[in-house]
Design a protein around this ligand. Sequence first.
Ligand code: HEC
Length: 141
Amino acid sequence: MNLRLILAVCAATLALAGCTSAPEPAPSTQQLLADGAKVYGSNCANCHMADGSGISGRDPGMVNDAVVTGDPTILIRVTLQGSDAVLPADRPKFSETMRGYPQLNDEQIAAVLTYCRHDFGKGAAQIDPAQVQAVRAQAGL
Ligand code: HEC
């Protein structure tokens, strides 16, 4: 192939790629962390505490918690549906209950969970809005 042909093929490929409807770009980690701190402060901190330490016997701590650092699907479902619907019956008991937050949108859920994993969960991988959307669809929420 001569150079002119290679350039033509490249241009055609780029043009085609531009025509396919690209999905919404995922928010950056920095954006998720900034938004997540706000969502956490207004929805979660009154029980789990601003530093994620929880309250003994009342609300579990988030710091290095197995659910926070673990399977993203379980973590997303706990936040959307509440703990009773998702976690095993023989888990430690707390005097409060954890209701679900289906009213938070995919970006807000992704943000608050990314924040919890980053700040309290030894930097476990971020959660993307697309993952929340998939879990919501799968659980019929
Ligand atoms: C009314 C107090 C309260 C609020 C507000 C609250 N939680 Fe909880 N959360 C709890 C309690 C109590 C549990 C344990 C419930 C259980 O095991 O049944 C829990 C459990 C959890 C768990 C599972 C932890 C584990 O190891 O079992 C996660 C994750 C979690 N909450 C995240 C959140 C997030 C994110 C928010 C804010 C969007 C939030 N919580 C708001 C009280 C609360």
